[in-house]
Ligand binder design. Structure first.
Ligand code: F0G
Length: 450
């Protein structure tokens, strides 16, 4: 199964092209929609030619103990399910994936649930889930001989892309909205040697500019319209299934921004089922911020038939996206798996993030929408107490330390945003205190608080 016979299939009109025929903007020449990587050979393999699920499961687990670099990657150890390279020797890896899956005992108790987990994708080499997609797509860029790669980003994609480009010896161009991305992410792009351009526009404006650039210059586009990104980003689905010994949890909850990650995880579970590795797929729900909720609106208005872009506003800067590229794919995943799509307020995000902090798990504000969304779904009784649920935490807490500090200092939210949530916010805030440099003063301060 590891021969590179993939095709790109248009998600809109079904047109098929070879990988090398893709246009630089990865849009279908027939209908303008996005492509998905497809492996037509899989469906044709019958009888003895069919992959042996037991052997694959054994091999993938065994590779974790191998001394081979590629096997240490939580993406490439599953390489039989992403044969996108002519030669796996071209893979550029920083040992991404193999991220931890934590139980959330406090949140589970508060929500009356038995089995609640967090898959922490912030524990990747550059601190976000983007690494799993970047190792895949950047390896394709290298194999195809590109010298330059580029992305528009709310920060994490640019951090991941510039790191992997540096590893591969490629040059990278980053377009970010000026003043609108977290410092942690901007500092990474600088450190990894990207040409970082801050544009006086939002993320959606950066995408528009970059789309024109790649049509004119020999630059390989690494935004998530690039279908190879999703091949890497589907692999956490394999890890989750493996963790549960190839049964799957009932429900996966994912933040929604440009909407590629939910699509990728849905594809991962769908392929596992098609290949007979799991018996069913989990529900997949997508949670957006109230101020950046075009998919929520689209599903409510017309079941995801069309989508109206919005002007995006949220402090969860990673998902401040008003015109998400992969909305059609995400809508299909939500609908096909019986998932939900809903939005959460700024106060709900801040509280959920602090609650995860109380479990010893830091994450980005964009990741905390998952817990905030689950709390709503539990309140609506859409999720039962006996269901097993996995929250996908997408980014590391240190990406946006300013957000966390502002929350604990009480300067994050405006009074009208916090209205109705004052008590939980006060209960969760832990501001640093100024104390005289004597043991007595410190002990008195501890007594005062404890
Ligand atoms: N969480 C984090 C931490 C992100 O950085 C992003 C997207 C998302 C969630 C949403 O994922 O776009 O696949 O729906 N960040 C992008 C970036 C867009 O440029 O880093 P999505």
């Amino acid at each position: 199964m590891n021969d590179n016979l993939h095709q790109l299939r248009c998600f809109g009109c079904g047109a098929r092209i070879s990988g090398r025929e893709a246009r630089p903007d990865f849009r279908c020449a027939e209908c303008g929609d996005l492509f998905e990587v497809d492996y037509p050979g899989w469906g044709q393999r019958k009888g003895h030619d069919r992959p042996n699920p037991g052997a694959l499961k054994w091999l993938w687990r065994e590779r974790r103990c191998s001394s081979e670099g590629l096997d240490h990657s939580g993406v490439w150890r599953f390489r039989e399910l992403l044969p996108i390279l002519d030669n796996f020797g071209n893979a550029v890896t920083l040992r991404e994936g193999n991220t931890p899956l934590y139980s959330l005992p406090r949140a589970a108790k508060a929500l009356g649930m038995d089995q609640l987990f967090a898959k922490h994708q912030g524990m990747n080499p550059t601190g976000s889930f983007k690494d799993t997609g970047m190792t895949a797509a950047l390896s394709v860029a290298r194999e195809r001989g590109f010298q330059w790669v580029a992305c528009a980003s709310t920060g994490n994609t640019s951090a991941a892309m510039s790191a992997y480009a540096a590893r591969a010896g490629l040059r990278s161009l980053v377009l970010i909205p000026e003043g609108k991305i977290a410092w942690g992410k901007l500092s990474q792009a600088m450190d990894y040697g990207a040409v970082t351009c801050q544009l006086k526009t939002d993320f959606d404006g950066c995408v528009r500019v970059l789309t024109q650039i790649v049509r004119e210059a020999p630059v390989y586009l690494l935004n998530s319209v690039n279908p190879y990104r999703l091949e890497g980003q589907k692999t956490p689905a394999f890890e989750i299934a493996e963790y549960f010994d190839w049964t799957v949890p009932d429900h996966l909850i994912v933040p929604g921004g440009n909407l590629a990650n939910s699509s990728a995880l849905g594809k991962g579970f769908r392929e596992l089922k098609e290949l007979g590795l799991v018996a069913r797929v989990p529900r997949i729900s997508v949670i957006q911020a109230v101020g950046a909720n075009p998919l929520v609106r689209s599903i409510a208005a017309n079941h995801g038939e069309s989508m109206e872009p919005v002007e995006a506003h949220t402090r969860a800067s990673a998902i401040r996206i008003g015109n998400p590229a992969s909305w059609r794919k995400a809508a299909r995943v939500v609908q096909e798996t019986g998932g939900f799509c809903l939005d959460v307020s700024e106060a709900e995000i801040a509280i959920a993030k602090a609650e995860l902090g109380e479990e010893g798990l830091g994450c980005e504000p964009a990741s905390a929408v998952t817990l905030a969304g689950l709390k709503k779904l539990r309140a609506q009784k859409a999720v039962g107490g006996g269901e097993s649920v996995v929250l996908v935490l997408t980014g590391h807490t240190l990406k946006d330390a300013d957000y966390t500090i502002d929350f604990h200092r009480g300067t994050l939210l405006r009074a009208e945003e916090a209205r109705g949530y004052e008590a939980p916010i006060e209960g969760l805030r832990r501001d640093a205190i100024s104390v005289e440099a004597t043991p007595e003063a410190v002990l008195a301060a501890v007594k005062g608080i404890a």
